[in-house]
Design a protein around this ligand. Sequence first.
Ligand code: UDP
Ligand code: MG
Length: 165
Amino acid sequence: ALPVYGAPGTSKERTFIAVKPDGVQRNLVGEIISRFERRGYKLVGLKLLVPPVELAKEHYADLSSKPFFAGLVDYMTNGRAPVVGMVWEGPSVIKQGRIMLGATDPKNSGTGTIRGDFCLSIGRNIVHGSDSAESAEKEISLWFGGKGEVVNWTSNNEEWVISEN
Ligand code: UDP
Ligand code: MG
């Protein structure tokens, strides 16, 4: 059974968001964190790392047969810049996180979305976000699987941000 924290459909739903190496290189980490903070979402996991090749391959396993897979894994893991991995919590954060990111191909991303405001090219689209509850569960355990890496904490703002009545 899913734990109370992180359960999709609850106010504690969680998603995995990452700033990819191009986003770190372009100094957009603060901008991206800020957008999720200002929306009202709660940061419950955060790390900076050059992901091991095996982690990147597992993360993108569903794309392993695509022609761009090798280049994608190299871009994520070659160490020219690290990745910022995050777990964000709040109502509908999986779906809303994807909306905040914008379409995969920045040529189709709306203005006002992260990709629509900062990107031009599908191979340099600066952010990742889980695309479903299943992906969120897989990706959070993959990137934040260690004990205590995701932190349960109570925001003193919560009653001013979340009320379903
Ligand atoms: N990607 C790419 N070329 C493509 C499709 C995808 O380089 O034709 C990269 C791009 O960085 C994208 C990632 O592969 O963000 C994962 O693809 P997916 O379809 O899962 O898009 P996302 O979930 O990131 O929007
Ligand atoms: Mg995806």
